[in-house]
Design a protein around this ligand. Structure first.
Ligand SMILES: [Zn+2]
Length: 482
């Protein structure tokens, strides 16, 4: 018998402090054959399975998703889901930290809508980013859950395969798993919970021991997402299991130990306000110094259009810095108009968020990069001793190729500035040293000072003086089943 399994989802992370709403063009959308042919989903090749591609929409983190954008994706996804019936299973590849303008718990809305289409019997599996925020509403729709176990995320595929394999397991063996979760009132930035550093490293290294317990399929620790001021923000343990008591014990143990360690999570690299970090960079005798402009990191939801580090470097007459990059479409267009080799007056910064600082400069256009579509354009400019890569659209510069493409070898640069939190797996090994600047922006790392009107109280570190005992809750689907 061939199993019919549908695949789809929506995947992004949204800072509610960003005024820049996500639009359809911000998403990479996979549909039909394109989804199955994508490298991202290339593990969907099980024998005896009819893989039914729905819609998968994915965007670089940013501001909230515009309501009309979300509703259009959801409507298309549900229509394809309806058309794919009858089904044996549904796999959802989610991030978990999406915020939709004017809506709380967007993933809860999406997954509940999917459940309403497929009915109460069908197993649904979801994979999540460990920075996703989970709710009872989400858990109540699911039978299987798996989250990343690394940050920086180098186990994306493994996580998707874990969720997918559990779905195949229930469909082929008849074993019926359920999901238990235990929220922890702690919200820490990803930069303090990197699995490259302790104590997160050990926490995640222990999860496979939980998996090995009788009756447990998959144990997870979710850090959650702190830069969305919404009620659901929380860390939690989430366990997929066939044994309810074992699931409860594992979820409560993971949750309680995370709570107990809450004060131990610190930034990995040397971390300080911008001016202090620049002092260190000036004195450094090694290279490349890689400075993370943490408040404006697009992969954490930052806008990516701020020029504060550029401004500070120019004020110091810093020689030999490369900034990769600043999103500024008007500046890129102006460079294209002026042409390579020309010198022009430019305003850099604040092109998307009026609150982002900008700087007026005289820039020389070093090179232009035109891969034929305007949003993909980039321009490299030189301003005194600083080289800046300007991008027409929001994007990270976290890979070596993002620089070598422009003839810049990151390893030889005196100071490389990237809009990043913890460094990417490609940049981290060459940083000599890595410094993190506590810059301003919509994902400011000084989380105790960010807007906090709608998060649940108490929640560490917004509140500090309270007690907590972890208590697991089951998916209502599991309670209802004998
Ligand atoms: Zn993440």
């Amino acid at each position: 018998m061939t199993l019919r399994i549908a695949v789809g989802g929506i995947h992004t992370e949204c800072s509610t402090s960003s005024p820049v709403l996500m639009q359809p063009e911000d998403f990479r959308v996979l549909r039909g054959r394109e989804l199955l042919n994508a490298d991202y989903f290339s593990f969907l090749n099980a024998d005896g399975v009819d893989h039914l591609p729905l819609l998968h929409a994915r965007a670089v983190p940013g501001g909230p998703v515009a309501r009309h954008t979300y509703e259009a994706f959801k409507a298309e996804f549900l229509e394809l889901l309806r058309a794919s019936l009858p089904l044996d299973g549904l796999y959802l590849a989610m991030h978990g930290a999406m915020n939709v303008d004017g809506m709380d718990d967007a993933e809860g809305d999406w997954i509940s809508a999917a459940r309403a289409v497929v009915g109460p019997e069908l197993p649904i599996a979801a994979s999540y980013d460990l920075h996703g925020n989970v709710t009872q509403k989400i858990i109540d729709q699911l039978d299987i859950f798996a989250g990343y176990r690394t940050a920086p995320h180098i186990d994306v595929r493994e996580t998707m395969v874990r969720a997918w394999s559990m779905l195949i397991r229930t469909l082929t063996t008849g074993e019926k798993p359920g999901v238990a979760w235990a929220p922890v009132p702690v919200l820490l930035p990803g930069e303090r919970t990197s699995t490259e550093d302790e104590p997160a490293k050990s926490f995640y290294a222990r999860l496979p021991d939980h998996d090995a317990a009788e009756g447990i399929w998959d144990a997870n620790l979710m850090v959650g997402y702190v830069w969305a001021d919404e009620p659901r923000g929380t860390a939690c343990a989430v366990v997929t299991a066939t044994d309810k008591a074992a699931a409860k014990a594992a979820a409560e143990s993971i949750a309680q130990s995370y709570w107990q360690a809450r004060q131990d999570f610190q930034f990995g690299p040397v971390t300080a306000p911008l001016e202090e970090v620049l002092e260190l960079a000036e004195k450094a005798e090694t290279k490349p110094v890689i400075l993370a402009d943490s408040g404006d990191n697009p992969t954490g939801g930052g806008v990516g259009d701020r020029a504060d580090v550029l401004k500070a470097l120019l004020a110091r007459n810093f020689e030999g810095a490369v900034i990769g990059g600043i999103t500024d479409r008007p500046a890129v267009e102006a460079c294209f108009k002026a042409g390579a080799g020309s010198t022009l007056r430019l305003t850099i910064g604040g092109s998307l968020d009026p609150a982002s600082p900008s700087v007026e400069v005289e820039a020389q256009v070093v090179s232009l990069d035109d891969p034929s579509s305007e949003p993909e354009r980039q321009a490299v400019v030189k301003i005194a001793g600083v080289t800046v890569i300007l991008a027409a659209r929001r994007r990270p510069y976290h890979n070596i190729a993002d620089f070598t493409r422009h003839g810049i070898d990151p390893a030889t640069v005196r100071l490389l500035v990237v809009k990043s939190g913890y460094l990417s797996p490609e940049l981290a090994p060459i940083a000599n040293p890595n410094l993190m600047a506590l810059t301003d922006g919509v994902i400011n790392q000084d989380i105790e000072r960010i807007s906090n009107k709608r998060r649940q109280r108490p929640c560490y570190p917004f509140q500090k003086d309270f007690e907590f005992t972890a208590e697991a809750r089951y998916s209502s689907r599991w309670i209802d089943r004998p």
